[in-house]
Design a protein around this ligand. Structure first.
Ligand code: ATP
Length: 220
């Protein structure tokens, strides 16, 4: 008999402009660590006027599809990217809860984001919909507020991820690769190689579509 009967779905959001090894390696580690049936990569919505020199929504999705095509547990979920405006995590999770009743949902976020979690739209309700896994980031510390929330929440739920559909908050570490999409865009604009920073087929797609040919504005 299969000892893990409850379906476990992970959700990992980002801009993915472009997707790179610094996303993919942690994603695989998270899928392993939490025995996920699938980890959904959720490209976020991007305002249309930010077009050049960044990739379009369709291109960001295409690169993710290429990067994950041979990794069965990684699934691209373009629902947020395809909307006409940015969405609240709460609304996205509500949709997932409707689609996967009874599943354990695991929403991944960086430690920096978690420290400001109380500013998120309906953050208490988010904890009714999903478990949270907070990924350690080298330069971030857990705030007192966030540590207290984690403690209270876990005492109330009294379970570990995998035994709970929602409400558990855990921390985890993944291999930290000093790679960012910003750095990749700059290298391309400066005619430097991005070999081994993105999957080879993503590199080919970038060349074919002449993406990131201009130096992106800092902070844009
Ligand atoms: P940019 O440089 O354009 O800001 P980015 O490379 O940081 O982009 P995002 O798409 O913003 O990538 O990140 C998506 C998610 O992946 C975020 O949760 C982010 O914390 C995480 N992430 C990005 N790069 C790394 C990395 N090198 N190691 C671990 N996690 C990463």
């Amino acid at each position: 008999m299969n000892i893990k009967e409850q379906q476990r779905i992970g959700l990992f959001g980002g801009t993915f402009d472009p997707v790179h090894i610094g996303h993919l390696r942690p994603a695989i580690e998270l899928a392993d660590a939490y025995s996920l049936d699938e980890l959904r990569l959720l490209p976020n919505h991007r305002p249309v006027h930010r077009g050049k020199p960044r990739a379009t929504t369709a291109q960001r999705i295409a690169m993710l599809e290429i990067a994950t095509s041979e990794i069965p547990r990684l699934v691209v979920d373009a629902r947020e990217a395809m909307r006409d405006k940015a969405s609240y995590t709460y609304d996205t999770l509500l949709e997932f809860r409707g689609e996967f009743p009874g599943a354990s949902l695991v929403f991944f976020m960086g430690l920096d984001a978690f420290s400001a979690f109380d500013t998120w739209h309906r953050w208490q309700d988010i904890l009714e919909l999903a478990n949270l896994v907070v990924i350690d980031r080298p330069e971030s510390q857990l705030s007192d507020w966030a540590a207290a929330l984690m403690d209270t929440q876990n005492r109330q739920v009294g379970a570990r991820i995998g035994d709970a559909e929602a409400g558990v908050i855990e921390r985890c570490s993944v291999t930290q690769l000093a790679i960012s999409a910003t750095d990749i865009r700059e290298r391309i604009a400066n005619r430097q190689s991005i070999d081994f920073l993105v999957p080879e087929r993503v590199n080919q797609y970038i060349v074919q579509h002449r993406l990131y040919d201009h130096v992106p504005e800092r902070g844009s």
